[in-house]
Design a protein around this ligand. Structure first.
Ligand SMILES: Nc1ncnc2c1ncn2[C@@H]1O[C@H](COP(=O)(O)OP(=O)(O)OP(=O)(O)O)[C@@H](O)[C@H]1O
Length: 403
């Protein structure tokens, strides 16, 4: 099933799992189904957080949030198959996976399709599994299923003419936005990254690549102040050595941050507009009163991603793809000196992928922002000026500049 980003995926999935489908999917109404999705992962993480329990990875005795994004997916698939379902719903199964893991998963799914039924949900046609023999397209919340138009056309987004100006001006030019000097991080005596020496200068545009579990998110967490292991390492951010007295909040003021995990534990009833505004205050969700100018800016950004009409809808009720778009503009709204995006294209359909790529291109063209993003896929429309690649070794991942 190819789904547009406006489809409420949670309701769609629940309709199938509760045996209430109409049309072609009604053949599954009396069968036992399981869900393989970021949504399931988020639910398990929440449960483990609330009860301080281990729900999935009992053999490794680890909570799910301590696994990397790709590792979480692998652990979840094992768990799903152990439930011996009649069918499995695979929601964007290739998200968060590196190239080799995608190939391995494809092969595993070909095998699996001999014993159980598979319903694949994808946001991009190129991600549909090649062996799937019945395809459909759902584009709104009627959940009516149509044939996929051939060729499948997506609208080209054009964000350039209404790109909002910045409210704040960061006119200080830093000599070293980031400098890592022989950085090494261990978890439970297991080396994760080792001997990382890397420098990012003002205005540069970097992609950080490496296989699942190689330490990309760990590196980002050392930069954005979320990882206490940064202290004691030789790390300089905005010309200041880590540990030389700058508060995390001061650091966060200069960084816009997006990660697909950002709202995993967010359960409050905050609206879309409040969520976007919270980017000014470096919080997830809004806890202070914004100014009129800030509110104006939030509306302008919502216009950029074409969802101004949803400003009063609760963030948690939005389809996952739109939640991610909202979190991306939340990261952009203050137009900070440094923007960090961890997998900004995951879960987006082609149209919204184009939109985000164009937003980033415009930002890079018109401002002096420094950008670091992590992505397992190469987006043709987005060309970083530099690539830093992590390669795992038994002593932890080492890094090198790829271009
Ligand atoms: N809190 C933790 N406790 C134990 N191990 C951890 C913890 N956090 C991360 N790790 C491990 O560190 C390694 C690097 O994780 P990280 O999330 O940085 O990888 P990544 O390159 O971002 O992977 P992915 O592409 O799958 O997102 C992984 O093997 C992960 O299991």
């Amino acid at each position: 099933m190819l789904l547009s980003n406006t489809v409420n995926k949670i309701v769609f999935i629940n309709t199938i799992l509760s045996g209430k489908s109409n049309g072609g999917l009604s053949v599954f109404n009396d069968c036992k189904g399981v869900l393989f999705s970021d949504l399931t992962i988020a639910q398990f993480i929440e449960k483990e957080h609330r009860y301080d329990s281990i729900e999935i990875s009992k053999s490794e005795n680890r909570q799910l949030h301590t696994f990397s994004s790709g590792e979480r997916r692998k652990v979840l698939l094992e768990y799903c198959l152990a439930q011996t379902p009649d069918y499995i719903i695979l929601d964007n199964p290739f998200d968060h996976l590196d190239q080799q893991s995608r190939i391995d998963l494809s092969n595993q799914l070909v095998e699996l399709s001999n014993s159980i039924s598979i319903i694949q949900l994808a946001n991009r046609e190129e991600n549909l599994l090649p062996f799937i023999n019945r395809k459909g397209y759902v584009y709104d919340n009627s959940f009516d299923i149509f044939d996929i138009p051939n060729p499948f056309q997506t609208q080209q987004s054009n964000v350039a003419p209404i790109f909002p100006s910045s409210l704040l001006s960061y006119n200080k030019v830093y000599e070293k936005i980031i400098k890592f000097d022989q950085v090494r991080i261990d978890y439970d005596d297991q080396p994760i990254i080792t001997d990382i020496t890397w420098e990012v200068k003002h205005g540069e545009f970097w992609q950080l690549i490496g296989p699942n579990g190689s330490g990309k998110s760990t590196i980002l967490s050392l930069i954005n102040g979320e990882n206490p292991k940064a202290y004691g390492q030789n790390i300089t951010i905005f010309d200041k050595k880590k540990g030389s007295g700058e508060s995390i909040w001061n650091l966060k003021k200069k960084i816009g941050h997006f990660s697909t995990h950002l709202a995993e534990l967010f359960k409050k009833n905050h609206t879309v507009e409040q969520m976007v505004l919270s980017g000014f205050f470096d919080s997830v969700g809004l806890y202070v009163k914004p100014s009129g100018l800030q509110q104006e800016k939030a509306i302008q950004w919502l216009e950029v991603i074409n969802i101004r009409h949803l400003k009063n809808v609760y963030f948690n009720r939005l389809p996952l793809g739109q939640q991610r778009l909202v979190l991306i503009i939340r990261a952009l709204i203050k137009q900070p000196p440094l923007l960090i995006l961890d997998e900004p294209f995951e879960g987006l359909d082609q149209e919204n992928t184009n939109l985000v790529a164009q937003l980033l291109n415009t930002l890079i063209e018109r401002t002096e922002i420094t950008v670091i993003y992590v992505s397992h896929t190469i987006e043709k429309s987005l060309v970083p000026s530099h690539i830093y690649e992590l390669t795992p070794t038994k002593n932890g991942s080492i890094g090198r500049i790829k271009s």
